[in-house]
Design a protein around this ligand. Structure first.
Ligand code: C2E
Ligand code: MG
Ligand code: MG
Length: 562
């Protein structure tokens, strides 16, 4: 809301009004003539000017100072009225009679101006109230919260911003419906509002709802950092008391991340994003205490951000493409190819997939990168199949995030249809981390692939969470032994036996086994001896551009046993 102008302005307009009124009264009493150039002008001609000036001052007082201005104006008018009457009755001055009417008029005018002003103010207050209040919970909203933060920053006051996210709120919405979800949010908000009003936390707190299941706490009036954590714990304990809605009990928890002014940053927006980064870390890593302070290492480095920008640009400019690395059986018959993503940056330089694939995963862009590779590789592969009639396999890599997307199966179905590829000629490589991250959803998707007739390979086998029970659950066709085991294989007897054991177990479980990163003849010979089915590595073939792969298919014998 607009601030009232300074007291001195108020006094200036009162004095101006008094001076103008005194001039009007004096001139109309003494009358007389004034010479301007060759003309004689009656002094009373100027009374209109000064009386308008006096009225203007009254109007300005009401507009600027509202009630105070109205009272002052009325007092001024009432005290000046006797002067007019004295002029008319004692001085027999008929020039002052219109002054009575103009005074009555100005009284009516300023009262109208005042009442309108009050109405506008009330309306503005209501609009503002709505703009800063969250409709669902009645708490202050994001806008109000940012305003407060900006004020505190402006006053250089020490405070902490806590970003709060309710855990598993989505599942309440999904299972119990939105009405229950809304009621849960309202109850949480009311508990936290009471907590803030009671000041039982020992600090001065402000609670806001930022949207969805996100809340923010602004904490001030503390001395040490432990006080911030104490206050957060207090809000956590208030939240964790049982919540009963329609006879159902809910036990809510939340994740809290915080940053501090001025230690972490002197900018309100930045403090918010830092608190968010800490809160996301709590969520992501399921941090036991549910509370985390921001530390700079939580931020994505400048290099990662730059890489993200490059990936977006590469997607836009269509500079993501693929190479194909051949896979053979041990008799050197071609089994097929693995499609590997390649990317050129904005300067036309190649970026290593070891760098941009993890960055794309972090930035949530991996499904877009994958899809680009799938589409281009499948188009080419479909053409090879049509031109050569070769019965070979195309392996594509799928990241967990992509695999568990609802439309993953539809995307592959569309690829097979569009490019005329039989399902048995497509293989999806997944890493073991798939099973760690989202076991149920991933398994469902893998069975979906199986039903479509698409093959499944477990990539980088041995590097992650290898457990026989999990291998038993996954409907895989192929185990890909990670390059690190192949590198070590010929260095010691036990390493060789280890690889031999993986191959044997794979066979017991009815999987084919392929070794990745085979670089030497010796490795190839050992793998042949210990019964490995397939070979992929620089020894028999680097990842190559599509045209080279086409030549290779035409020149190769194709394995019968894919
Ligand atoms: P990966 O799926 O295990 O792919 C095999 C990697 O080993 C490839 O690295 C390949 O070039 C490399 N390689 C193959 N044979 C040899 C060898 O004999 N010696 C050596 N030193 N390296 C060999 P690349 O192309 O750098 O890919 C790295 C990883 O990036 C892949 O590992 C895969 O996990 C991921 N990736 C590649 N393309 C895609 C894709 O389209 N989508 C997804 N989600 N991930 C991909
Ligand atoms: Mg792979
Ligand atoms: Mg691999």
């Amino acid at each position: 809301m607009r601030k009232e102008p300074a007291r001195s302005v108020f006094i200036v307009f009162i004095i101006l009004n008094i001076i103008a009124s005194v001039i009007v009264a004096t001139v109309s009493r003494i009358g007389g003539m004034m010479t301007i150039g060759a003309n004689q002008i009656p002094m009373t001609a100027f009374t209109g000017v000064f009386s308008s000036l006096a009225n203007m001052c009254l109007i300005i007082l009401v507009v600027l100072f509202k009630k105070k201005g109205l009272i002052a104006s009325l007092i001024l008018i009432v005290t000046q009225l006797p002067l007019l009457f004295i002029n008319i009755f004692r001085g027999h001055n008929s020039f002052s009679i219109p002054g009575i009417f103009s005074t009555l008029l100005i009284i009516v005018s300023i009262v109208i101006i005042y009442t309108n002003r009050v109405r506008i103010d009330r309306y503005q207050a209501k609009v503002r109230e709505q703009a800063v209040t969250d409709r669902l919970t009645g708490l202050p909203n994001r806008f109000a919260c940012s305003e407060l933060v900006e004020d505190l920053v402006g006053n250089n006051e020490k405070f902490a911003i806590v970003s709060v996210d309710i855990n598993n709120f989505k599942s309440i919405n999904d299972t119990m419906g939105h009405n229950t979800g809304n009621e849960v949010l309202r109850r949480i908000a009311s508990r936290w509002k009471n907590a803030a009003d009671s000041e039982l936390s020992g600090t001065q707190d402000f609670v806001a709802r930022l949207g969805g299941d996100e809340f923010a706490l602004i904490i001030k009036g503390y001395t040490m950092e432990v006080d911030i954590v104490k206050t957060i714990r207090y809000y956590e304990s208030v939240l964790e008391n049982k919540l009963t809605i329609d006879d159902y009990d809910y036990f809510m928890t939340a994740s809290f991340g915080y940053s501090e002014f001025p230690t972490d940053s002197q900018n309100g927006e930045t403090l918010f994003s830092y608190a968010d980064a800490a809160m996301y870390e709590v969520k992501k890593n399921n941090i036991g205490s549910h509370i985390l302070r921001f530390v700079p290492s939580l931020l994505r480095s400048e290099h990662t951000l730059e890489l993200e920008r490059e990936i977006r640009t590469a997607l836009e400019n269509d500079t993501i493409y693929f190479n194909l690395q051949p896979q053979f059986d041990t008799a050197h018959n071609l089994r097929g190819f693995e499609a590997l993503a390649r990317m050129k940056d904005s300067n036309g330089n190649n970026v290593s997939p070891g760098e941009f694939i993890p960055a794309a995963e972090k930035a949530g862009l991996i499904d877009k990168v994958d899809s680009r590779v799938y589409r281009k590789a499948a188009e080419f592969f479909g053409e090879i199949l049509r031109k050569t009639g070769a019965d070979i396999t195309l392996s594509i890599n799928a990241s967990v995030r992509h695999l568990i997307k609802n439309d993953f199966l539809d995307e592959l179905r569309d690829l097979l249809d569009t490019y005329n590829i039989p399902a048995r000629c497509l293989e999806v490589e997944i890493t073991e981390s798939v099973m760690l991250d989202s076991a149920d959803k991933a398994l469902k998707c893998l069975y979906g692939l199986k039903d479509m007739g698409i093959k499944i390979a477990i990539d980088d086998f041995g590097t992650g969470y290898s457990s026989l029970s999990y291998l038993n659950k996954v409907p895989a066709d192929l185990l890909k032994i990670d390059k690190s085991f192949i590198d070590e294989m010929n260095l010691s007897e036990s390493s060789e036996q280890y690889v031999a054991a993986i191959i044997a177990i794979g066979h017991i479980m009815n999987f084919k086994v392929i070794s990745e990163g085979v670089e030497t003849k010796k490795q190839l010979e050992t793998l042949t001896t210990i019964d490995c089915d397939y070979i992929q590595g620089f020894f028999w073939g680097h990842p190559m551009p599509a045209e080279e792969a086409y030549d290779l298919v035409r020149q190769s014998k194709i394995t019968k046993n894919k």
